[in-house]
Design a protein around this ligand. Structure first.
Ligand code: SAM
Length: 384
């Protein structure tokens, strides 16, 4: 038996009642392994077709899928729902009611997979219909930092009050999450917690909730463990900034998310499996062999290099570009295939490139026409 199968089997056997639990109550590693296995089946056209074709023989679509994926029958319906699907009696998989394509995005009605416009973020968002994209993903100008030639480097409360309505309107436009990447500076011995104020105001005053806990983008290659990259800045800043946060927000009625696939980025485990040893209630120890799954839950730390490793040289036409790999994660986690992502602070177009590379569509705006042109050129090259 392959190690992965052995793991999945052991996981099922260990907890006999696991089959009847909603997926949210499953032990996370078990849930991840089972979901990964099931998603592999859904993503493999040939295997899926075979499983659907033999549905009658195995007593229905769900049973046949369970058999093909090697998982329990009763959980199949829940896993299908997490992918926005439902099985019909005549042996097909169709989109769940209400989870079909996003409402039409005005900019994409001619069938183009992307659109970039010059506009102010809030004005642009206000022109978009409710629930027209699956994800809004952006990295705004950071507090007290660059003004991007707009003559407005906002600080403290002014920055928070400027960004609040933008996140709130993004939540209206999104059928799922709004993901905001930002970081605040240390200046003259003092850290400015404006990002934390923003999170507090959005969740205490504006009626938004957070979905997944914040992600940390660790700029690998620039710390002493992963590389020797950029030098630190000491003095009045104390330390070099090695990580940035990505907070998630949404309207409460968007949860549970209609589509989320944290198995899209499963990573191979770092260590070989070995003996594990548990202390039991009676004080004795139980040892059992542990076999690693083929893929592990990627968790909420994203390691991605900066500097010359952003994924597309055009990104350097922006003063503070994001690595393509970071945007790709969120697109694949939270936008269903052929769904749309919006970025109201588009810069060089990283978010939309990530969307196009993974069979999604994307729209965005930037207040500077020069950046819109850069993004258009970049996306024209990707789309060809
Ligand atoms: C941190 S950069 C985004 C970088 C982008 N994620 C990339 O990878 O290239 C922020 C961008 O927001 C734009 N911007 C600043 N104020 C804006 C506003 N009010 N509306 C729309 N865009 C704005 C800037 O021109 C800048 O390109």
């Amino acid at each position: 038996m392959a190690p992965f199968e052995a793991f999945a089997r052991a996981a099922w056997i260990r907890s006999r009642s696991v089959k009847n639990m909603p997926t949210s109550q499953l032990n996370p590693s078990t849930e991840f392994a089972v979901r990964a296995r099931f998603n592999q089946l859904l993503d493999d056209e040939a295997r899926l077709r075979l499983a659907l074709a033999s549905a009658k023989e195995h007593g229905g679509v769900q049973r046949s899928l369970a058999r093909a994926a090697g998982i329990g029958n009763s959980i199949v319906g829940k896993l299908l729902r997490l992918r926005g699907l439902v099985a019909t009696r005549d042996g097909r998989l169709v989109p769940l009611p209400g989870s079909g394509p996003d409402n039409p995005v005005p900019q994409l009605t001619d069938g183009r997979p992307w659109c970039c416009e010059q506009a102010d973020a809030l004005d642009w968002l206000r022109r978009l219909p409710d629930r027209c994209v699956s994800l809004v993903f952006f990295s705004p100008p950071y507090e007290k930092q660059r003004d991007y030639g707009t003559d407005k480097a906002r600080a403290g409360v002014e920055w928070v009050e400027w960004l609040r309505p933008i996140v709130v309107d993004s939540a209206r436009v999104s059928r799922g999450l709004v993901v905001v990447n930002a970081a605040c500076p240390v200046r003259n011995w003092s850290y400015s917690p404006a990002l934390e104020w923003l999170v507090a105001d959005l969740t205490r005053l504006d009626g938004l909730v957070c979905g997944p806990s914040p992600y940390a983008w660790v700029k690998s290659g620039c710390d002493s463990v992963t590389g020797n990259g950029i030098p630190g800045s000491g003095g009045k800043r104390y330390q070099r900034r090695d990580w940035e946060a990505l907070y998630t927000f949404c309207l409460p009625d968007r949860l549970p998310l209609r589509w989320a696939d944290n198995t899209a980025f499963g990573e191979p485990p770092r260590k070989e499996g070995g003996q594990s040893s548990h202390q039991m209630r009676n004080g004795k120890r139980r040892r059992q062999a542990y076999t690693d799954p083929e893929v592990c839950n990627p968790g909420n730390v994203i390691r991605s290099p900066v500097g010359p490793h952003l994924g597309n040289p055009v990104a350097h036409e922006n003063e503070a570009p994001m690595p393509l790999a970071v945007a790709e994660r969120f697109v694949r986690w939270f936008v269903p295939p052929s769904g749309c992502v919006a970025d109201p602070f588009l810069g060089s177009g990283t978010t939309i490139e990530a969307a196009l590379r993974h069979g999604r569509t994307g729209i965005g705006c930037d207040v500077r026409s020069g950046q819109v042109e850069v993004a258009q050129q970049r996306l024209g090259m990707v789309n060809n």
